[in-house]
Ligand binder design. Structure first.
Ligand code: AGP
Length: 591
C-alpha cells in the first residue's frame, strides 16, 4: 500500500528508483511517479501517471543522469486514481517535491489554517505537506521548515522531500508508516521496505517514529521532531536479491505455493536446532490467564487454527479477534492477558492501532511475523519470526502455513511434548506429494467454477480452512465465495444453492466426515456441483483431491494447498493479474 524509494549518491538515480518501485509493486498500487534532480542545472523533472511502473519507466527520459531521485507507487485513499493525484507533489512555488506514504488526518484543517485551498492541484492529503514546507521555508532554514510542518501533521507519514535549491540533499521523515534507510557503497537509499534496496544496500537502519533524516551521498543526520540529534546504528542487510526472483515460475503466487514444504522444513530447523523459544518467553506466556490473538485476513485465519492448537496442547483459553474490530470495540479482558499479533508484513495499521491501546494498558504483546524489521516486531515486547522468505504475491500462501507451523511449535512448548518436529516433517512430505501432481487441479477448476459464486464447506478445523480457502478464491478470481460451517448451511445460506453452484467440501477428520458428507448431499440434491478434498486415512469414496494424511491438528497446513491452487487456476482461467489483484495492497498501512 503506497511504496516510496529515494536515492542519493554517485549512481544513476533513475534506474535505482525505478528498480525499487518495481520491487514495491507487490504492495499494491494504482499509479506511479518519479522526480529526478539534476545537480548541474538545478532542474528537476517529474514523471507520473496512472498505471504500472513499466508504463512510468517508458515515460522517463532515457538520458537522465541525475544522482538524486524520489519515486512513489500510490494506492488511492484521498482522491481518485488520476495523474494529478499521483505523487510526487510539488509546492505551489515549485521549489519542493514530496512523495508520501500514510494518511494526514487533519489535512483539511491545515488547508483552512495555513493554505489557500485554491492553490491545490490534487485532492490528496499529501499535497498539503509540500505546501506547508514551502510556506515555512520562506522565513526559516529548510530543516526547520520541515520540522515545523511535521509537528503540525496528525496521522501517519513516510516522506521523501527534494529541495530544488539544494540538489545535494535528500530529506526523509517517518511516523507510523514504514521507512528504512539503506547504506550503499555509493550513496544512500530510503525505501518502504528492504526489497527496494536489497540489490544496492549492504546495511540498513529501521528508522524510528518521529524522525527527520537529512541525507547526502556520504552523510546522514538524524533528529527527532524537536530537532535533537539521534544516533544511527546500522544492521547488516541479509536479504538476497535472488530470494525475490521468480525463477521458472510464471507468477509469485505459484512460486510461493511451491515453496511451502521448504519453508516448513526451515522453520523446524530454526526453532528446534537453534532453540528460538527461550524459557523466559514461554513462562511469560504460560502466566497468562487467557491469550488474545489479533490479526487480519489470512493471518486471522491462521489465528483460528492457532487457537485450536494452543487450547488442545497447552490448555490455555484463547480468543481470536479481528484487529480492526478489537481496536475500537475490545471485549472485556481477563486480569492477566497476553496478546499475540499475527502479521506477515508486521505493518498492518489495524494491528498497530490495537498495539498502541494494549501498550497503554501495560499488557504483554508479542508478534508472529515474517519481517523482523517491521513496526509490529519492533514495537511489541517480543516477536517470533516465521522464516517464510519474502512473500511478494498479494495473496498470502506460504505465510499462512508458516504461521500455523510456528503456532504449532509454540503450542507444544507451552504444553507437553507432542513430537511436533516429526509431525511437521510429515506435513512437509505430504505437501511435497500434493504439489508434485497438483497441475490436475487446473482441469477440476475448469469443470467446476464459473464467474458467479462458490462455497467452501467444512467442520471443525476444516471450517477454518474454508474461511481461508474462500478468501483466497475471492481475492484473486473475484468469484464471490463464502467459507461456511457445513452444518450451518441449512440454517439459511442453502437458499443460495441452485443448479451448478460450485460447492467444495474439505474433510480431514473421521469424526465429522459423515456429517459433512450428508451436508454435501443436501446441496447436491439442490443442483450444486460438488468437489471434495479429503485426506487418504478416511477412505471416503468420490473424493476429487486426495491428500496424504498428517496429524489431526496439522491438517489445515495440507488441506489449504488445493484451495490455494484452485484460486490460482481460477484467476488464471479468468485472465486476471494473479499477483496484483485489483483494489488490494500487500501491506495494509491504513486503518
Ligand atoms: C491475504 O491473501 C491478504 N493479502 C490479506 O488478507 C492479509 O493477510 C491481511 O491484509 C493481513 O496482512 P498481514 O498478515 O501482513 O498483517
Amino acid at each position: 500500500m503506497c511504496g516510496i524509494v529515494g536515492y542519493i549518491g554517485d549512481l544513476q538515480a533513475k534506474s535505482i528508483v525505478l528498480k525499487g518501485l518495481k520491487q514495491l509493486e507487490y504492495r499494491g498500487y494504482d499509479s506511479a511517479g518519479i522526480a529526478l534532480m539534476q545537480e548541474d542545472t538545478l532542474q528537476h523533472t517529474i514523471f507520473k501517471d496512472i498505471g504500472r511502473v513499466s508504463h512510468l519507466a517508458s515515460l522517463v527520459d532515457s538520458v537522465s543522469d541525475a544522482r538524486l531521485g524520489i519515486g512513489h507507487t500510490r494506492w488511492a485513499t484521498h482522491g481518485p486514481v488520476t495523474q494529478a493525484n499521483a505523487h510526487p507533489h510539488q509546492s505551489r512555488n515549485g521549489r519542493f517535491l514530496v512523495v508520501h506514504n500514510g494518511v494526514i488526518e487533519n489535512y483539511k484543517q491545515l488547508i483552512k489554517d495555513y493554505l489557500n485551498d485554491e492553490v491545490l492541484k490534487s485532492q490528496t492529503d499529501s499535497e498539503v505537506i509540500v505546501n506547508l514546507i514551502a510556506l515555512f521555508a520562506k522565513t526559516n532554514p529548510v530543516p526547520i521548515a520541515i520540522l515545523k510542518t511535521l509537528n503540525l501533521l496528525e496521522g501517519s507519514y513516510a516522506l521523501l522531500i527534494l529541495d530544488q535549491d539544494n540538489p545535494t540533499v535528500l530529506y526523509g521523515a517517518k511516523h507510523k508508516s514504514p521507512l528504512l534507510l539503506g547504506k550503499c557503497p555509493k550513496g544512500h537509499i530510503l525505501a518502504s521496505d528492504m526489497l527496494a534496496m536489497c540489490e544496492e544496500a549492504t546495511h540498513f537502519y529501521a528508522i524510528p517514529d518521529q524522525t527527520l533524516l537529512t541525507l547526502s551521498e556520504q552523510h546522514v543526520d538524524l533528529s527527532n521532531l524537536e530537532g535533537e540529534s539521534l544516533t544511527l546504528t546500522y544492521e547488516h542487510l541479509e536479504m538476497d536479491a535472488l530470494q525475490c526472483d521468480l525463477g521458472n515460475h510464471p507468477h509469485y503466487m505459484l512460486k510461493e505455493i511451491y515453496e511451502q514444504p521448504t519453508v516448513i522444513r526451515r522453520i523446524v530447523e530454526k526453532y528446534y536446532e537453534e532453540s528460538l523459544l527461550s524459557d523466559e518467553f514461554i513462562q511469560k506466556i504460560k502466566a497468562a490467564e487467557r491469550l488474545y490473538i489479533l490479526a487480519a485476513g489470512t493471518s486471522l485465519n491462521a489465528g483460528y487454527i492457532g487457537k485450536v492448537l494452543i487450547e488442545r496442547l497447552a490448555n490455555i483459553p484463547v480468543e481470536v479477534h479481528i484487529a480492526s474490530e478489537f481496536a475500537y470495540h475490545p471485549p472485556l479482558l481477563v486480569k492477566k492477558p497476553v496478546f499475540i499479533m499475527i502479521s506477515q508484513s508486521g505493518e498492518t495499521a489495524d494491528l498497530r492501532a490495537c498495539l498502541i491501546n494494549i501498550k497503554k494498558l501495560g499488557f504483554p504483546i508479542f508478534t508472529i511475523t515474517n519481517v523482523k524489521t517491521s513496526t509490529l516486531a519492533r514495537e511489541a515486547d517480543d516477536f517470533l519470526e516465521i522464516f517464510a522468505g519474502p512473500e511478494i504475491a498479494v495473496a498470502s500462501t506460504k505465510a499462512y502455513t508458516a504461521q500455523i507451523a510456528v503456532l504449532a511449535i509454540l503450542s507444544e512448548a507451552l504444553g507437553h511434548h507432542y513430537d511436533m518436529r516429526s509431525k511437521l516433517a510429515q506435513v512437509a512430505q505430504s505437501m511435497d506429494y500434493f504439489l508434485s501432481q497438483a497441475s490436475h487441479v487446473q482441469n477440476l477448476v475448469k469443470m467446476l467454477l464459473t464467474k458467479r459464486n462458490a462455497f467452501y464447506i467444512g467442520r471443525g478445523l476444516d471450517y477454518f480452512v474454508c474461511l481461508e480457502a474462500a478468501l483466497k478464491l475471492k481475492e484473486i478470481s473475484y468469484i464471490q465465495t463464502e467459507g461456511f460451517a457445513a452444518g450451518e448451511l441449512k440454517h439459511g445460506t442453502i437458499a443460495l444453492i441452485e443448479k451448478d453452484t460450485p460447492v467444495i467440501a474439505i474433510i480431514s477428520s473421521l469424526s465429522i466426515a459423515a456429517n459433512t458428507e450428508s451436508n454435501l448431499q443436501e446441496v447436491k440434491a439442490r443442483g450444486a456441483k460438488a468437489l471434495v478434498i479429503a485426506t487418504d486415512d478416511l477412505n471416503l469414496s468420490d473424493v476429487d483431491i486426495v491428500l496424504n494424511h498428517v496429524d489431526a491438528l496439522l491438517t489445515p497446513m495440507v488441506t489449504v494447498l488445493p484451495a490455494q491452487m484452485i484460486a490460482y487456476y481460477a484467476a488464471h482461467m479468468l485472465g486476471y493479474d494473479i499477483d496484483k489483484p485489483r483494489n488490494l495492497a500487500k501491506s495494509v498501512t491504513v486503518e
